[in-house]
Design a protein around this ligand. Sequence first.
Ligand code: KIV
Length: 397
Amino acid sequence: MYGRHGLIEEKEQQSLALHSPTSHSSDAFVASPHPPNAQAEMRSEMRSEIRAETRVGLKTNVQSSATHSIPTLRVLHTPSSQRRSTSLREGAALARMEAPEAEDQGVLHAEHAPQTERPLSIPRPAEPAKKPRKITVRTLREMKQRGEKLTMLTAYDATFARLLDEAGIEMLLVGDSLGMVVQGQENTLSVTLEEMIYHTRCVARGTKRAMVVGDLPFMSYQISPAQALESAGRLVKEGGAHAVKLEGGEEVVPQIAALVRAGIPVVGHLGLTPQSVHAMGGFVVQGRAPEQAQAIKRSAIALQEAGVCSIVLEGIPAALASEITASLSIPTIGIGAGVECDGQVLVIYDLLGMSPDFKPRFVKHYADLFTSISEAVQTYRDEVKQAEFPRSEHSFF
Ligand code: KIV
């Protein structure tokens, strides 16, 4: 995990008091027509996309989605009995794409399609969509060799997992940062293995392509290689993780070796390791002192020799991260560790700007969801109070 509340400069330690999730310091680091069978397949894919999008609560633009997926004029009718099993919200989304009169005729017209026959100049039929190639430890290695940057983001539930997966993020980290951003704790220390298994299972369900990495929480691996095996085994078997992450340097090499021997891919985590927040004296940048930098470099080599598939470098000087990255054949993934790492990771809530007053140096807000969500919720509140919602189109007769 890291410190969304975390990494700060030593001289700024006093701001650590602000590391609670409710109070953050800005200095804290803390196509073309398809063959009929493809049409049916794609229509069913589109239906499930709409269902999922409806569940996600995103505005589903059926028209544009349909335009991308099925630009044909007609798609075959699905018996209404099958559609009745959809939930109310799913049904509403589907209804937008299925005109009722089409249903009566046994023909379904996508909303966007003109109600005429197919034009004569038809572009060549597209291949049915291929299944995305899954990201594996081999992909990571190949990406490092090609010099292609890796993207990792945290996810804690199936809805976000699906969004990030479909956006092409290669690695989804079910970080123990969930203790802070989901549970509202001061740090990650109280997160349990059961909680990590639960969230990992949710994320795994929402993911098709990305590699799902489950964090081993504090004291679920430090005691012995046997304990690490037992905990990691549960994250894989019960949580559906493809890999596990653990914090620490040379001292956790026996644990890593045991996991790798058991066939469990391991991601290491060096530098600012939040499970050691008390030992570090806060979420403080690591590796500034030469002897500390040497220890981190030695640990990186030791972790690679023990068999980790990548290493998260958190809260260390950019030059040190660059040196480590150049010395390894496995990818490094940085957070507050400069641009030279092979990849980058952020906590998804930070990237989306869900805590407006949390803007440490290493975070970039790519959206202002705090404002968007809060405005949407206030509008809902006002409309309910003024009896403007629901309207007749939201009611049943
Ligand atoms: O728990 C977490 O989210 C993490 C990353 C941010 C590296 O460890």
